[in-house]
Design a protein around this ligand. Structure first.
Ligand code: GDD
Ligand code: MG
Length: 371
């Protein structure tokens, strides 16, 4: 069985992290986002994954070289010369995806995190006999997703409305599809949206079916959702593989610490924290609801909450970082006046992020954009 992962978006909502890496390679819970998906596909017997790329292709290619052997799965690239949207890449990769077997194939958005119940999806797809299956999940804010109206008893989709302006329903497209090869016949090789141009048509022909996704789900393509997604992911890890979580008197709730990270005395870490490889967390540090990427140093008594700390950054002694996304190699210093307090309250709506390589010496307590 084959799969295509849509990895071509620019990831603008996850800047400044995506200034350094393409979104699928940004770590989530200490692992590049896309690895969570490739491992799940491999686990249910997918033998070939096609990555539909148009942004930073060289870095993706280098990454692939390492991982197809490590994971024992064929990973190939289908590279666009212009962004083809969410459907055009299927037409471009047609020959890679479709073979004589006539088997359906998976398509995944690269920024969705869940327990990937892909086996259940295969059963669902076989049972309804339609042309395409999508997973749906319920959310509180449906307007930023594709909304699905379906017949509850059968899952038959009646309407698919991408990012509706008015309320249509609260079941949304989770970005995981299982499609018959015939779906590709509906797509021309040009920039096309699967959500706006393809699904509504299949739904009108009553051949699109939706399955309620069991377990948690989050699109982690925006900082606030990334941090919420980390909480949900760690909750699920607690139930499925609790031994992967850190333990000890300094740990509160669910915390993931890479084995190469060093944690000093008297820290209080958690809940909902991921600390990546090579990080140094000095004594007396307080961390909660945050993701700390590889190579970060957090000096004594610093305090970080609801933030993402980019690779190789330093948070100075006693500094306090809240609701902020630091790019790569940002240095939050301790000033002679005392502690630096860096709070970007509006980080989510206003882009309150710190660009790579910046040095921060003074406090910022106002929501503002640094981009
Ligand atoms: N190859 C390629 N080319 N991939 C692309 C392109 C492109 O031109 N444009 C976007 N993508 C990829 C993104 O990298 C991402 O993996 C996926 O397509 C979806 O794009 P997003 O930009 O993340 O879309 P969204 O989050 O606003 O909405 C989509 O996801 C929601 C669920 O998270 C839609 O599919 C919604 O219907 C859905 O509810
Ligand atoms: Mg998205």
């Amino acid at each position: 069985m084959k799969a295509l992962i849509l990895v071509g978006g620019f990831g603008t909502r996850l800047r400044p992290l995506t200034l350094k890496h393409p979104k699928p390679l940004v770590e989530f819970a200490n692992k590049p986002m896309i690895l969570h998906q490739i491992e799940a596909l491999k686990a249910i017997g997918v033998t070939e994954v096609v990555l539909a790329i148009n942004y930073k292709p060289e870095e993706m290619m280098n990454f692939l070289k390492d991982f197809d052997t490590k994971l024992d799965i064929k990973i190939t690239c289908s590279q666009e010369t212009e962004p083809l949207g969410t459907a055009g890449p299927l037409a471009l990769a047609r020959d890679k995806l479709i073979d004589d077997s006539g088997e359906p194939f998976f398509v995944l958005n690269s920024d969705v995190i869940c327990e990937y119940p892909l086996k259940l999806m295969i059963e669902f797809h076989k049972a309804h006999g339609g042309e395409a299956s999508i997973m749906v999940t319920k959310v509180d804010e449906p307007s930023k997703y594709g909304v699905v109206v379906m017949e509850e008893s059968t899952g038959k989709v009646e309407r698919f409305v991408e990012k509706p302006k008015a309320f249509v329903g609260n079941k949304i497209n989770a970005g995981i599809y299982l499609l018959n090869p015939s779906v590709v016949d509906r797509i021309e090789l040009r920039p096309t949206s699967i959500e706006k141009e393809v699904f509504p048509k299949i739904a009108a022909e009553k051949k699109l079916y939706a399955m309620a996704l069991p377990g948690f789900w989050m699109d982690i393509g925006q900082p606030r959702d990334y941090i919420t997604g980390l909480r949900l992911y760690l909750d699920s890890l607690r139930k499925k593989s609790p031994s992967k979580l850190a333990t000890g008197p300094h740990i509160v709730g669910n915390v993931l610490v890479d084995e190469t990270a060093e944690i000093g005395e008297g820290c209080l870490i958690g809940p909902d924290v991921a600390i990546g490889p090579g990080c140094v967390v000095e004594s007396g540090v307080r961390l909660s609801r945050c993701s700390v990427m590889s190579g970060v140093t957090i000096k004594e008594h610093a305090c970080i909450s609801s933030s993402i700390i980019g690779w190789s950054s330093t948070v100075g002694q006693g500094a306090c970082v809240e609701k902020t996304v630091l790019g790569e190699a940002v240095h939050v210093k301790k000033t002679s006046l005392g502690e630096v307090v860096y709070v970007c309250d509006d980080v989510y709506s206003n882009g309150g992020v710190v660009l790579p390589g910046r040095e921060i010496e003074s406090s910022n307590l106002k929501p503002e954009s640094n981009v």
